[in-house]
Design a protein around this ligand. Structure first.
Ligand code: URA
Length: 192
């Protein structure tokens, strides 16, 4: 079913060859979830498992995200999960500025169609892009300083932006899971 144009955008993404990552991808990963979600997560880029399956957050970071979602009171089927880049960068390296520039118009179109009330940015790349996009450039700081805070983009009444640590950070640093749990618990209390 063509749900309010989202499937059209996602089909375009699957056929995209605008940058070399589109050629190296096993599968493009447009995003997944409820097209009418109140809450939308924006990750960084697909990893190995996501590339193999064409679905966001289905590997190690996805298992951590699922654990955190339980605490947040949201279910996967209620939310939408998208990424800054729709294709896996080689060896999971950081997204390059040119790749972000080329790929993010897809994310912006997805956001326009879904119109979430809360955008949770997972990690630095996502937080920087989303906050700049919604005129919050003056509030952009490293994720360690802004995680778990709620930002209201000027001029848009019904939207809140919440930067969070990336779930994968808990795989490198076991202390991070407690910080992530605290932030995800807080999501329960944000009215939509
Ligand atoms: N990390 C991300 O940022 N996105 C994914 O889809 C998977 C892992």
């Amino acid at each position: 079913m063509n749900t309010n144009g989202l499937e059209e955008i996602n089909s375009e993404i699957r056929a995209c060859r605008k940058c070399p990552l589109g050629d190296s991808a096993t599968n493009h990963v447009p995003g997944e979830g409820n097209p009418k979600a109140d809450l939308l997560f924006v990750g960084e880029a697909p990893g190995k498992n996501e590339d193999l399956q064409g679905k966001p957050f289905c590997g190690k970071a996805g298992r951590i995200l699922d654990q955190l979602l339980k605490i947040s009171g949201y279910k996967r089927e209620d939310i939408y999960i998208a990424n800054i880049l729709k294709c896996r960068p080689p060896r999971n390296r950081n997204p390059k500025p040119a790749e972000i520039k080329t790929c993010t118009p897809y994310l912006v179109r997805q956001l326009k169609v879904i119109q979430p009330k809360i955008i949770c940015c997972l990690g630095n790349f996502s937080s920087i892009f989303i906050m700049n996009k919604f005129n919050l450039s003056g509030k952009v700081h490293p994720i360690g300083k802004i995680h778990g805070k709620i930002f209201m983009p000027p001029g848009i009444k019904a939207l809140k932006i919440v930067p969070l640590y990336h779930p994968a950070s808990a795989t490198y640093n076991p202390n991070m899971i407690n910080i992530l749990k605290k932030d995800f618990r807080m999501l329960k209390n944000i009215p939509v």
